[in-house]
Design a protein around this ligand. Sequence first.
Ligand code: KG4
Ligand code: ZN
Length: 357
Amino acid sequence: MKQEEANKFETPDQGYILGIDTSCDETSLALLGKETGLVLENLISSQIEIHSQYGGVIPELASRKHSENLAALFEELLTRSQISVTDIVGVAATHTPGLIGCLLVGTAFAKALAYRLNVPLYAIHHLEAHLFSPFINSKPEFPFLGLVVSGGHTAFYDVESFDGITLIGQSVDDAAGEAFDKTAKLMGLGYPGGPVIDKLAQQGNTQKFPFTIPKVKMGEQYLSFSGLKTAVHHYVQKISSLDEQVQKDLAASLQYTIVEILIQKTKSFLKKKNYKSFALSGGVAMNSLLRERVAEMENEIGISTHMAKPEYCTDNAAMIAYLAQHREPLAHPFDLETLPTQKIQARQIKRKGSNSP
Ligand code: KG4
Ligand code: ZN
């Protein structure tokens, strides 16, 4: 029996927080017990098939699909969970970062529902929700070092509490997920590139193509992935035929290097402070080699490691509802603002007790 199904029968919750995520190409709705903090349902309607034919996400198409999907998915959520709409005692939506048209669909839905039901509304930062996703259905061990590796971001956070989050390191250019997606495109593979490269790499030689680990001049807290694109482009041009074995070796070497960059940086951050645990999240946290290497760190350096479960790695609304349970709601549903994505600034972002990013 799935965890969500088990919770349904074992936890008589009094009310549920509805989580909504429409930040990119997945429409997701979830229900989380307000008292127990356990996930009852987590529905995800993926648009990957639609966007993969274009080799990447088309923002206008994505927002249109969200508005088509959302009401039907909400109906399905109520049917599957067998709860009534009045059992919803709070609504939480991603309000940044993401594709602005997509965010608008989710926040408009959230605002209307919270107003209609007269329940609290929570504005949730998508990356902060990813950050805590390894602790869904459990409790974080503070302070922890968090690494969010997604298609748009690669960022390290020092996390002291649900509100005490400090950005301490990030990529200066491409995100780790972009490195997978863009190089896969250069190799003639499909979108998203991460899962395809992960699979091919299982049968490839990690040492066949020697990629270098970049040194970032701006400081040791930064990472860089854009050089890998250039290197793959160079190899692809040089090799006369990109046969199956070459693709496998290229995938294995590339994946090895991306993981090595992430693990080296993680270890250097773990030396700087006495963290209780390390938490890995985001779509790239699905990567099999990365998960292996993170698990090894438990014995190697004696740190307790937490990785988001596969269903909570890619975009999902369970993580939105989970974080809302630990945050203060907005004073009024109409206060919910959708914020356009800004590249995370190369500065420290400290948040203490505020509900905006
Ligand atoms: O967190 P996410 O669903 O969306 C964003 O918020 O960006 O992450 C999507 C990213 C894509 O770049 C995809 O290639 C990557 O996660 N990804 C993987 C794997 N599965 C998904 N990267 C490496 N290995 C995987 N197995
Ligand atoms: Zn995400």
